[in-house]
Design a protein around this ligand. Sequence first.
Ligand SMILES: Nc1nc2c(c(=O)[nH]1)N[C@H]1C(S)=C(S)[C@@H](COP(=O)(O)OP(=O)(O)OC[C@H]3O[C@@H](n4cnc5c(=O)[nH]c(N)nc54)[C@H](O)[C@@H]3O)O[C@H]1N2
Ligand SMILES: Nc1nc2c(c(=O)[nH]1)N[C@H]1C(S)=C(S)[C@@H](COP(=O)(O)OP(=O)(O)OC[C@H]3O[C@@H](n4cnc5c(=O)[nH]c(N)nc54)[C@H](O)[C@@H]3O)O[C@H]1N2
Ligand code: SF4
Ligand SMILES: [Mo]
Length: 683
Amino acid sequence: MTEASPVVRGACPHDCPDTCALLTTVENGRAVRVQGNPAHRHTDGVLCTKVSRYAERTHHPDRLLQPLRRAGPKGSGRFEPVSWDEALDDIAARLKAIAARDPQAILPYSYAGTMGLVQGEGMAARFFHRLGASFLDRTICASAGSEGLTQTLGGKVGMKVEHFAEAKLILIWGSNSIASNLHFWKLAQQAKREGARLVCIDPRRSETAEKCHEHLAIRPGTDAALALALMHELIAHDWLDHDYIERHTLGWEGLRERALQWPPARAAEVCGIPEQQIVDLARAYGTTKPAAIRLNYGMQRVRGGGNAARAVACLPALVGAWRHRAGGLLLSSSGQFPVRKAEMQRPDLLAGRAPRTINMTTIGDDLLREASPDFGPKVEALVVYNSNPVAIAPDSSQVVKGFAREDLFTVVLEHFQTDTADYADYVLPATTQHEHWDIHTAYGHTDVLLNRPAIAPQGQARSNTDIFRALAARLGFDEPCFAEDDLTLCRTAFGDDIDFQQLLDVGWATVPVPEAPFAEGGFPTPSGRCEFHSARLAAMGLDPLPDHLPNAEPGGTHPDFPLAMISPPARNFLNSSFVNVTSLRDIEGQPRLEIHADDAAPRGIATGQMVRVFNQRGEYRCVAEVSSRARPGVVNGLGIWWRKLGPFGTNVNEVTSQRLTDLGRAPTFYDCHVQVAPLEARH
Ligand SMILES: Nc1nc2c(c(=O)[nH]1)N[C@H]1C(S)=C(S)[C@@H](COP(=O)(O)OP(=O)(O)OC[C@H]3O[C@@H](n4cnc5c(=O)[nH]c(N)nc54)[C@H](O)[C@@H]3O)O[C@H]1N2
Ligand SMILES: Nc1nc2c(c(=O)[nH]1)N[C@H]1C(S)=C(S)[C@@H](COP(=O)(O)OP(=O)(O)OC[C@H]3O[C@@H](n4cnc5c(=O)[nH]c(N)nc54)[C@H](O)[C@@H]3O)O[C@H]1N2
Ligand code: SF4
Ligand SMILES: [Mo]
């Protein structure tokens, strides 16, 4: 295959653990087909439905193809075309004027539209560092679990995903693998065929849960209670690996004492499942070797999410599961890549300045804050790229209020006129993965992938890097790093730690990771041990041992909002991406709320009926589906629709809160109480 060939090698840019290798067929300058590369072992020639339609997205009739300037009130969606020069000159002048007063009044807002190291925080980070803009704390997805894992195992490290195929027991914990980690599911199936038992721990009877041998439908946010009860049983039956605990862990006495407070009966009460299920799972976990845990981020979007990840991450050390390459745990492998972050992002351009940090999760509140000694200057300008905050950030009525500020200068780099782009002063058309270079790590395997552009930029679209280079030039940033092209940035990402020629020739390269990374301990924690007891947490004034922290809004306690709601992704969307791709939206139909018959009946709710889902923060409307996918007391509001494509212009984040997790300053999307009523009932 050569560069001139009509099939071009790329990488999936999305925030999905699998980071697939793509093959794009090009005809007459158009991407006509996207397939999984059969030669890449993790992709194995298979893509999810969404990305199989990537060409439809690239050549979508609604693609933004020219820069736009606002021509109506904020949010009205009225824009007029402008030239790139006009747009960039004006944006540069506005940012310059604000920066002259205080650059911290400028805030970048970006996340996972692309996970690429170049089109993500590559040139953009250099630009904002040089400017001295506020830092953005990128917490919206994973930082509670990441922090929990880091405080316990020492980093985002764990089992190699391929070895799950050899496990004899697999706990799929807080992950709807079929929807969001498809290539792991294939390995789990392989293990199942070899006799492994699959257990799913998830409040929702997900596509994955229904295909496992066992499903523990726990209440949201009760994972730590379950993990502590499992430990209780491991102790009671002495299914412990005393030698491993002695040599490779820290703080066993304290953890033991805490676990002994959690007999299965107590956890059964908290988790809302039969005691016997806990007892049986503990026996299976204590006596099956090798046992592997696929933990995922679904379980950490609650108040105690960081502690819950910590509690689960303690389990493998207790039974010595790490001794075997098919034992242990995987949450994220992203800590295993030797990315040259400083060379990519150039924090040295701050030149000693230390800007304040704003948490992306609380953007709703923070856009509405006035200047104060605590907060610093009011946010005057927002530059959004790779994200759609008006749809995906919690407590959207506040987010909308912030974005609607007439005195806020907002620039949005986008492929489409999203809910967020509707509030922009300038919308700048960005290239898609088909139109630019990039380089990718993964969080569900350990390969680096290169993405080659398959086609020319559509219309007047420009890459994020190109846009930030152009702004840098207009602001007079003349450091040579602002002149580097994308291929140079791709090369910089790993320096000589990766064979770049192999990336060019083959498309990917595997990072060396030991087969069984902690068989002999050697955790990347300060003590080198698996830290049940974390001195670092103690030093922060936090509980050094993992504990169960009940949800802030557990459902069943508030008189007006008795149901707990979780809002995991709909299978055919990727967060808010793809909602505007007609063929995928047609599969999803309408925004749906799954509700158990026991909760639907007393409310007079039937399948297909339009319902109001509401709490103290707001209300959204969607179609009810009375379904055993929901457990009693918990409703599942599948996400994340574009507000303007859902009925009544709202989505599920109307009711979620800006409360943060125990660790990692992360959102609590799945810690949310609501009431549900048929739409007509109000009249
Ligand atoms: N199809 C599809 N794939 C995706 C995405 C998508 O939007 N669509 N998003 C991508 C992104 S950004 C991410 S971060 C990952 C997310 O993927 P995951 O990490 O798997 O997280 P979620 O999909 O949020 O939730 C997974 C499961 O956790 C369950 N869950 C909810 N609350 C709890 C709880 O308290 N405890 C337990 N044990 N389980 C709970 C949910 O019901 C859901 O079935 O997926 C990526 N892949
Ligand atoms: N209620 C609820 N809310 C959630 C979640 C949930 O489970 N429930 N999940 C949360 C999670 S895990 C995450 S990760 C966040 C995700 O939230 P976001 O990071 O905002 O991800 P997307 O919604 O996919 O939006 C990404 C946007 O980036 C754009 N984009 C893609 N590539 C490029 C590019 O190269 N250049 C530019 N300029 N733009 C590009 C896409 O067109 C898209 O509109 O949402 C969170 N919100
Ligand atoms: S979203 Fe995930 S499964 Fe789908 S193509 Fe991308 S990496 Fe593969
Ligand atoms: Mo995410």
